[in-house]
Design a binder for this molecule. Structure first.
Ligand code: FAD
Ligand code: NAI
Length: 469
């Protein structure tokens, strides 16, 4: 192995890194992948997307069993929670997925190294294993795909038992009677929903005056009301200033965001989810002179290249939305660029999904963004209360909203709140990728009875001619 010179070494095996390595190998590049953890798949597969979706799925079925089954004539009695078994189900799902990645890497003949990777110099990656032994690998190109870590709040220490990040919130061994969530972003609402469904009283404290900042305002206002009806309570425009862990119950001090009288809220578990920060510890970036921005993100050009020749970066460690599918697409694009092809990511068409009930899915511009940019647009909206399939399934909360350019009718943004919104947004992504007009969606035959007919109706509504409303 000492004589091997790789074409590419990827550091980090999350969705950015492992996808990049596989694509590079497909293109004939001699490729190695370095991962510091025992399993491949990074945040997404081990402590992110996959375990959180497993718990969201299981807890949603638990709730449905208790509420909707009887209405449909299915009598099963009150469901009983076996949290240990639910966690095992989640862990098995994770295990199957990480093993799948190991299989794919092997199948594509990617050499894998377990240990902490450090860029010793351009073209040189040192891998230090758990036994402290280091080996030096030679390569023509390096891709940094080291992802992100939990953002912390000053003065609030996370012990992953009572004061937890998302990582601890995925492995609690009992349902907390009271959970206080700091941050009404994606993690707060997804994991807050899991524990509320399993029996916790959940209070979410958010610094801003709204939930899910950055997502369409109209969707978020309605969504907040739905979550409140489900039993989650919100303290907006508020901040947590301290957590006292000395007693049996945590005592959390909450103040108005602009300052003022504090109140104390008691909780059994506090979930800190105020964002994530790029992770590049121990990589040797400063020593080799790789530029970072003021938020610690690796700076790249339009081709994912850093300022140091032969070193590239993708995924959560660079700017942009911290999403698995964005990291994956960047992994493919950078591998193609390194192989001499024209890899590219269309950042205008990246879906964003919150996997609560109902789900929220969006793509493209929000109304607020279009207004701020002075773009004239028409909005077409269609509620699920008027969709036959949603009605018969008793899943009528939410709507589809399509925003189209007032002059050209080109679709600029699609926002869906409703059952299965995360799957439905794919239609909008394909349409937008092909530069479709709302008319194109409106004239496309959609199967009946499906929830996707609401997308067609919203497109018809852009031209003020929806049929079922
Ligand atoms: P990561 O997945 O973070 O992988 C980086 C890898 O690099 C890690 O395995 C790390 O161990 C390794 N590494 C770091 N430094 C070194 C080093 N020096 N040497 C060797 N290895 C190193 N996104 C979605 O799109 N959908 C979701 O539903 C979703 N749910 C989420 C739920 C939670 C609770 C969390 C926390 C995140 C979620 N995300 C979701 C975000 C998603 O997980 C990230 O955007 C994605 O994992 C980023 O991929 P990445 O490849 O850039 O980095
Ligand atoms: P986030 O950025 O989505 O939300 C953080 C929230 O915390 C914001 O609303 C912010 O205003 C608030 N906040 C910040 N400081 C605060 C303070 N001191 N007090 C109270 N509120 C404060 O971050 P989150 O939820 O931690 O998730 C991290 C990232 O992980 C997401 O941005 C997303 O990219 C990714 N993710 C994606 C998922 C998906 O695609 N379904 C699921 C989970 C995570």
């Amino acid at each position: 192995m000492a004589d091997t010179i790789y074409d590419l070494i990827v550091i980090g095996s999350g969705p950015g890194g492992y996808v990049c390595a596989i694509r590079a190998a497909q293109l004939g590049l001699r490729t190695a992948l370095v991962e510091k953890d025992k399993t491949f798949g990074g945040t997404c597969l081990n402590i992110g997307c996959i375990p959180s979706k497993a718990l969201l799925h299981a807890s949603e079925l638990y709730e449905q069993t208790g509420h909707i089954f009887a209405k449909m004539g299915i009598k099963v009695g009150a469901p009983k929670l076996d949290l240990g078994a639910m966690m095992k189900f989640k862990d098995e799902g994770v295990d199957g997925n990480v093993k799948g990645v190991a299989f794919l890497l092997k199948k594509n003949k990617v050499d894998t190294f377990t240990g902490v990777g450090r860029i010793a110099a351009p073209g040189k990656v040192e891998v230090k294993g758990g036994n402290g032994k280091a080996q030096m690998l030679d390569t023509k190109a390096i891709v940094i795909a080291t992802g992100s870590d939990v953002a912390r709040l000053p003065g609030i220490s996370i012990d992953e038992k009572r004061v937890v990040s998302s990582t601890g919130a995925l492995v609690l061994d009992k349902v907390p009677e009271r959970m206080l969530v700091i941050g009404a972003g994606v993690i707060g609402l997804e994991l807050g929903s899991v524990w509320r469904r399993l029996g916790s009283q959940v209070v979410v404290v958010e610094f801003l005056d709204r939930i899910l900042p950055g997502m369409d305002n109209e969707v978020c206002r309605q969504f907040q009301r739905i979550l409140e009806k489900q039993g989650i309570s919100f303290k907006l425009s508020s901040k947590v200033t301290s957590v006292d862990a000395s007693g049996n119950r945590l005592k959390v001090k909450v103040e108005p965001a602009s300052g003022g009288a504090a109140e104390t809220i008691e909780a059994d578990v506090v979930l800190v989810c105020v964002g994530r920060v790029p992770y590049s510890n121990g990589l040797g970036l400063d020593e080799v002179g790789v530029e970072k921005d003021n938020r610690g993100r690796v700076v790249i050009d339009d081709h994912f290249a850093t300022n140091v020749p032969g070193i590239y970066a993708i995924g959560d460690v660079i700017a942009g939305p911290m999403l698995a599918h964005k990291a994956e697409d960047e992994g493919v694009a950078v591998a193609e660029i390194i192989a001499g092809q024209a890899g590219h990511v269309n950042y205008d068409v990246i879906p964003n999904v919150v996997y609560t009930y109902p789900e929220i899915a969006s793509i493209g511009k929000s109304e607020e963004e279009l207004k701020a940019a002075g773009v004239a647009y028409n909005a077409g909206k269609f509620p699920f209360t008027a969709n036959g399939r949603a009605k018969v399934n008793l899943q009528t909360e939410g709507f589809v909203k399509i925003l189209a350019d007032a002059k050209t009718d080109r679709v600029l943004g699609v926002h869906i709140m409703g059952p299965d919104a995360g799957n439905m947004i794919a239609e909008a992504a394909v349409a937008m990728e092909f530069g479709a007009a709302a008319e194109d969606i409106a004239r496309t035959c959609h199967a009946h009875p499906t929830l996707t007919e609401a997308v067609k109706e919203a497109a018809l509504a852009v031209g003020k001619r929806s049929i079922h409303m």
